[in-house]
Design a protein around this ligand. Structure first.
Ligand code: G6P
Length: 610
């Protein structure tokens, strides 16, 4: 989860590192630090809290024509503090490292090193690596790093530098992302593309087990045995403007407003001659005829996208879909149940979520061909999956996802339509109609984004709530999982999602006078039942805010305290539209509460640890 950055070149290394860390702050933000070499000395500056604290500490120090590494932390071992912040060093402070990942055998290694008289000052797993590299350093840093990482269990992306070799950074990775930016007369390392874009779009994507030696003029990559290897360049297709707020107050609201374009682009990327074409991801008639079921595995909002996908695929394609949280799937005892006749789909915006990667590998080890839905080309998941369907959301920076989630949902709708068509459960006319509905979505989302006053007003009235409920039935229930998560993540208001029919089996005990119950009511066949559920909570004092298509407003108005209208669209597609008002509700509630919307407390965007 942490962000690492490193620079070798002529520029003043301080603003390069700080700028890079700022772009990576979404990965963790409880402390930050940098190391740079100047006048033959290693300088380390670290600070607990946000990056601005580090900037203040650094003042106007300048360090040109040198090397440096930086880190922004999401604490795993040891509380956020100056001491636990990276970079960590050897005892003499001559060697500095930054690390993203978890060293699982750190306690054993620490005891081993302590027995050799080495003294530790932090609670981190990373400090072990610094001492270990120093222990093996007999004059060649690359060899020392290679020997040290052979002893590590767990995951790491590492940036290492030493005053004994002041012109190069050594980088290594296993199960944590690391990219190398190839500049002109300068080179960089980073956990992710945004930190590099200002300098270059040409990168090497380091693979597990590889080690790189980065100097001003050159980057050399070696396999885990030390053999020199030729890497292919990868070109990032995002540009630097996407990593800027462009006049918006927060990335979150910018990205919410980018959804019409993201949805349009994601749909059009797969349309050929008026039809959806998924042959590139192996969704072919031959494959579909042979499958018995579908597994979808993901984390967080991507998991919620999978749940909505389940409702839509089962409805349209009439095939059972099993959706699992990746951290549960991978450890199913004694092992996950998977048949070769099942289609396996993983979903991940970042393409770097550790548990999702592990689930993908587990499925492949069982002989499954994995389809990935991901937003980041070149990410681990996009490289390791057998087939990848890229969402066209563009760079997503706000920690809580919006356009990432909605474009994943769209991909699952496309998969549903294709499988339905191939299996004959969706006839030609309905298939065309399905596509027409999908095409309408971008302009309807624009309309929702224009008419957001009612949501803002509701947020201004409810931002002091301590508890809210999000309920729905069928696909609406799936969407409410995401609606509730947005509120929770952004505003820290406790919110629960419940299948409306299940509420009476316990959670209804929590409904008190004026408890806000958000109801999504877009599924006509379930409307009667849902209205009964509205009455049940209203009878216990709830304040009910219901969302439904314009055509149902009159009916729902009789039951709810407030109705939020959605543009008219077929029931199956209405949950897609409903995602946006709930994102806006979470956003404005958080703004009224004064929360840090783009970087909610305790969260990180890219969860690269288990
Ligand atoms: C984190 C983010 C969520 C995201 C989840 C899965 O928890 O804060 O927004 O949904 O990770 O991330 P992925 O990149 O795999 O979609």
């Amino acid at each position: 989860m942490c962000g690492i950055v490193g620079y070798v070149g002529k520029r003043d290394v301080i603003p390069v590192l700080l700028g890079g860390l700022q772009k990576l702050e979404y990965r963790g933000y409880d402390s930050a630090g940098i190391a740079y070499i100047q006048n033959d000395k290693m300088h380390i500056v670290k600070s607990k809290g946000r990056l601005t604290n580090l900037e203040k500490k650094l003042g106007d120090v300048v360090a040109e024509n040198t090397i440096g590494i930086g880190h922004t932390r999401w604490a795993t071992h040891g509380e956020p503090s100056d001491v636990n912040a990276h970079p960590h060093t050897d005892a003499a402070g001559d060697l500095a490292i930054v690390h993203n990942g978890i060293i699982e055998n750190f306690a054993k290694l620490k005891t081993w090193l302590q027995a050799k008289g080495i003294h530790f000052i932090s609670d981190t797993d990373t400090e072990v690596v610094a001492h270990l590299i120093n222990y093996f350093d007999e004059g060649d840093l690359k060899t020392a790093v290679m020997r040290a990482i052979k002893m590590l269990e767990g995951s790491y992306a590492l940036g290492v530098m030493s005053i004994k070799e002041p012109h190069r950074i050594i980088a290594a990775r296993k199960d944590s992302p690391l990219v190398i930016g190839l500049g002109k007369g300068e080179n960089l390392i980073a956990s992710d593309f945004p930190a590099l874009l200002e300098y270059t779009k040409d990168v090497y994507l380091l693979d597990d087990g590889e080690i790189a030696v980065i100097t001003e003029k050159d980057v050399e990559v070696y396999d885990s045995y030390g053999n020199h290897i030729e890497k292919e360049h990868f070109t990032i297709d995002w540009d630097v403007a996407q990593a800027e707020k462009g006049g918006w107050e927060h990335f979150m609201i910018k990205e919410i407003h980018e959804q019409p374009t993201a949805m349009h682009d994601t749909l059009m990327a797969r349309m050929r001659d008026g039809k959806i074409d998924l042959s590139e991801i192996n969704i072919t008639e031959e494959l579909i005829k042979g499958i018995r079921g579908i597994h979808i595995v993901a984390c967080g909002s991507a998991y919620h996208a999978g749940i909505l996908g389940k409702y839509v695929i089962e409805n349209i394609a009439r095939i059972p879909v099993n959706v699992d949280v990746a951290s549960e799937f991978r450890y199913r005892m004694p092992s996950p149940l998977l048949s070769k006749e099942d289609l396996f789909i993983v979903i991940s915006q970042s393409g770097e979520t550790a548990d999702t990667i592990a689930a993908l590998r587990e499925a492949q080890s069982k002989g499954a061909k994995v389809i990935a839905i991901t937003n980041v080309k070149g990410s681990t998941i996009s490289r390791e999956a057998d087939f990848t369907m890229h969402t066209q959301a563009g760079m997503e920076i706000a920690v809580a996802t919006s356009k990432g989630y909605l474009t994943q949902v769209l991909c699952l709708y496309m998969i549903a339509a294709e499988i339905g068509r191939m299996r004959g459960s969706l006839d030609d006319a309905d298939y065309i109609d399905f596509i027409e509905n999908l095409k309408k979505i971008p302009s309807l989302l624009e309309q929702i984004l224009r008419d957001k006053e009612k949501i803002q007003q509701l947020a201004s009235q409810r931002f002091m709530d301590v508890n809210e409920f999000f309920i729905g039935r069928g696909a609406d229930y799936a969407l409410m999982m995401e609606g509730s998560l947005k509120l929770k993540e952004l505003s820290y208001i406790h919110s629960e999602t419940y299948a409306a029919g299940e509420l009476k089996h316990g959670p209804i005990a929590l409904i008190e006078q004026n408890t806000l119950v958000m109801v999504l009511a877009t599924q006509t066949v379930l409307m009667e039942k849902l209205i009964s559920n509205i009455r049940e909570v209203k009878a216990r004092g709830a304040f009910v805010v219901a969302m439904t298509q314009q055509r149902n407003v009159e009916t729902v108005e009789k039951e709810a305290d407030m109705v939020l209208p959605l543009p008219d669209i077929d029931d199956l597609f209405a949950p897609i539209l409903a995602a946006v008002p709930y994102q806006l509700y979470g956003y404005y509630t958080a703004v009224f509460k004064g929360c840090d919307v783009d970087k909610p407390r305790n969260l990180a965007k890219s969860v690269t640890v288990e």
